[in-house]
Design a protein around this ligand. Structure first.
Ligand code: NZQ
Ligand code: ZN
Length: 393
């Protein structure tokens, strides 16, 4: 196991109706002038926005609103948010929504405390050295942004999707009410489940040895998702399954399952090019890319894939032919994704084979190699996209 620091200062407020306590927690974390940030309408329709505003009013907390965050959130609304925060002298940002709203809120929080262009943090020109406090009321279990120090934004010019990370943007508190996720369409629920599993796999496939505790934690999250996702797809109002998934989404990405080990993240980078180019859901893109990446790299450490196959997907170990076990595990993963309604190849996602050179170009591999479980050069990346084109069960 490698040395590590683990810093996860967010207070999680979990359970039915807990959004009604938003005002209390804002006060606890010294917010007095709020920006409430939300998406394209689900928070209005479900009534959660009104409940949160009522709770802030009860505590006498000033607030103004900025809605309209689109999935794969754009820089243009971030600039608007920064202007609004400065003009109104706001001191706290409350995101009501999923990863897109939370990431947009985090970008505004960093940009409001920075003299330059907030995009500098995403193009790696600058490091964040301060941000307004952010908190969340989560409405979809997926990105894990409610507990992470990451934000992913798309720059409209050139449709560049890039991430920034800083402990300054870890939420002060996150309210997780599983009932709020009951209004999600099944497709969106499945996209979220896929993203949660992908966050675990990005950490699970590592070259670091002697990481039993995090291996076992990873497997626990994956097994939970295999059990609970079909239950919510069959019955969207199943509170207990929703609750387990909601907590799994947080556990999968605040890095408790990833500390002390090298991590991969190449599937995420390859996917971000797909969701930037085609504006598809991040989870759907991962369903197409992640099994293809697994197929491509499995021989780098076939026994690690056997471990996944036997411990997570219930495969029998074939000691004569370990590769067969590894491939069966990957097949079962893809079969699971298909069974919950995810696309598994380019055509089902709406992606085009002829765009592969553009995807590779935008990824910016150049002549170098991308670090990870297996180092990838330009031709490796191209081959992974090609495997994803034709993927079948
Ligand atoms: O905009 P509204 O109307 O709210 O609709 C949203 C949106 O259309 C809808 N939705 C959310 N909660 C709902 C609901 N509809 C009905 N009922 C509810 N309770 O769901 C759609 C998707 O929302 P979005 O926030 O985009 O989903 P998700 O949480 O999957 O976030 C995806 C974004 O997060 C980034 C992704 O790249 C993508 O841009 N990620 C962020 C990470 C992070 N910050 O740590 C890590 C992830 O790997 C990921 O890259
Ligand atoms: Zn993700």
């Amino acid at each position: 196991m490698n040395d590590f620091n683990f810093y996860s200062p967010t207070e999680f407020v979990f359970g039915r109706g807990r959004e009604n306590e938003a005002g209390f927690y804002v006060k606890k974390y010294s917010g007095s002038r709020m920006l409430i940030h939300y998406g394209e309408g689900s928070a209005v329709r479900s009534g959660v926005l009104d409940r949160v505003k009522k709770s802030l009013d009860e505590q006498g907390i000033y607030h103004c609103e900025l809605g309209g965050v689109a999935p794969n959130p754009r820089d243009t609304l971030v600039y608007k948010g920064i202007e609004l925060v400065k003009a109104e002298g706001l001191d706290f940002i409350l995101a009501i929504g999923g990863g897109s709203v939370i990431d947009s809120a985090k970008a505004i929080a960093m940009g409001a405390c920075y003299d330059g262009d907030f995009w500098d943090f995403y193009s790696k020109k600058a490091r964040c050295e301060g941000a307004l406090p952010v908190a969340t009321v989560l409405t979809i279990a997926a990105a894990g942004s409610e507990g992470s120090g990451d934000s992913v934004i798309t720059k409209e010019e050139g449709m560049l999707k890039r991430g920034a990370g800083s402990d300054y943007i870890r939420p002060r508190f996150s309210i997780l009410d599983p009932e709020l996720t009951q209004t999600l369409p099944p497709y969106q629920t499945a996209c979220g489940a896929t993203d949660i599993m992908a966050h675990v796999f990005e950490r699970y496939f590592t070259n670091t040895t002697e990481v039993e505790i995090t291996d076992r934690l990873c497997e626990a999250v994956l097994l939970t998702m295999l059990k609970e996702t079909p239950r919510v797809i069959a019955d969207p109002n199943n509170y207990d399954a929703r609750a387990n998934i909601m907590w799994a989404g947080m556990v999968a990405h605040n890095n408790i399952v990833g500390v002390g080990r090298q991590q991969d993240w190449n599937s995420h980078s390859l996917e971000h090019e797909l969701s930037a180019l085609y504006d598809v859901a991040h989870g759907a893109g991962l369903a197409v890319i992640m099994p293809a990446w697994m197929e491509y790299v499995h021989n780098h450490n076939v026994l690690r894939f056997c471990q996944m196959a036997t411990r997570v997907f219930g495969c029998q170990m074939d000691f004569e032919n370990p590769e067969a076990t590894a491939l069966e595990g990957i097949r079962r993963f893809r079969q699971f994704l298909k069974s919950i309604g995810m696309p598994i190849n380019f055509a089902e996602l709406g992606a085009k084979e002829e765009d592969i050179p553009l995807l590779v170009e935008k990824l910016g591999v150049g002549d170098g190699k991308r670090a990870g479980f297996m180092e990838l050069d330009r031709s490796d990346v191209t081959n992974i996209y090609k495997l994803a084109v034709k993927a079948a069960l």
